[in-house]
Design a protein around this ligand. Structure first.
Ligand code: SF4
Ligand code: SF4
Ligand code: SF4
Length: 271
């Protein structure tokens, strides 16, 4: 009973905070619309998972930096003073350090006090997946790990952007392989490779690749075959990567791509 009362009180408080933020955001959005300064927004910034629309985000984000602090791979940075209106807002530079989901819980989203990183959608996706998994015909409930099911569903529900391949520079499209450390021994980015034996992210520079035809973006993707596959091209039959609907825009593929300028980039989706 005590638990229930606390829950309700927290709900009312968080509801009031959210309403306040939305009211402030509403006024701000109107101001941005009126002043046409929306043109100055960095539409190319990749925002952390769950970010609401760019203009609303700009006015709702209080630049507290909690999302930055909680990210275990330090993927999130705050924009510098030279970024004008975007100053102090969080973004991800995936070529340097992508969000590889190694927190397993979308902690940045959950910690955001203003809900401009909106956790509701992930909570719903996780709960739905657990419900579905436990209702599968003939399922052995003792083998369903709700945490695992929820974790996978939540990361698959992320949509920060979409990856695009530059066929002109992609090694696979040129029928070239890759051997070595993809970004060199000085590169400091970390990630949890799909074949890693560790539960945490480790340096990309610790992993040596040897591929007859380059496919690093495919094998290192944390989402897997719903996001990117290695397929024979129509007509040519040559194997190359193809990005699919399930791509979340996490940017791990961009970090691992060994070409000097990445042959795969992520375009942000502003929802
Ligand atoms: S936690 Fe939320 S409000 Fe704070 S900086 Fe990050 S996005 Fe902005
Ligand atoms: S990692 Fe880069 S070069 Fe290699 S297949 Fe992917 S896009 Fe092409
Ligand atoms: S293809 Fe995979 S690694 Fe690349 S952005 Fe999409 S989900 Fe991330």
């Amino acid at each position: 009973m005590a638990k229930k009362q606390i829950g309700r009180r927290e709900f009312i408080i968080s509801g009031s905070v959210a309403a306040g933020v939305l009211a402030v955001a509403g006024v701000g959005v109107k101001y941005l619309d009126i002043s046409h300064s929306g043109e100055q927004l960095r539409q190319d910034f990749l925002r952390p998972p769950g970010a609401i629309g760019e203009v609303e985000f700009m006015y709702g984000c209080i630049k507290c930096g909690l999302c930055v602090q909680i990210c275990p791979v330090q993927a999130i940075k705050l924009a510098g003073a030279h970024e004008g209106l975007s100053y102090g807002t969080p973004y991800i530079d995936v070529r340097e350090q992508p969000c590889d989901f190694s927190c397993d819980a979308l902690q940045c989203v959950e910690t955001c006090p203003t809900a401009v990183l909106n956790f509701e959608q992930f909570k719903d996706a996780g709960a739905l997946a657990v419900e579905k998994a436990s209702q599968e015909p003939g399922v052995d409930l003792s083998k369903v790990n709700p945490f695992e099911v929820q974790k996978v569903a939540m990361k698959e529900a992320v949509l920060m952007g979409k990856a695009h391949i530059n066929k002109n520079t992609c090694l696979a499209h040129q029928r070239k392989g890759f051997k070595g450390i993809s970004r060199g021994t000085d590169f400091e980015g970390i990630y949890r490779a799909p074949d890693s034996k560790f539960a945490y992210a480790t340096p990309l520079k610790d992993k040596e690749f040897d591929r007859e035809i380059c496919n690093l973006c495919v094998t290192e993707c944390p989402i897997g075959e719903s996001a990117i596959v290695f397929v024979p091209g129509r007509g040519s039959g040559k194997l190359h990567p193809r990005v699919l609907e399930g791509c979340t825009g996490c940017g791990v593929c961009v970090m691992v791509c060994p070409t000097e300028k990445p042959s795969i980039v992520v375009e942000p989706i502003k929802s």
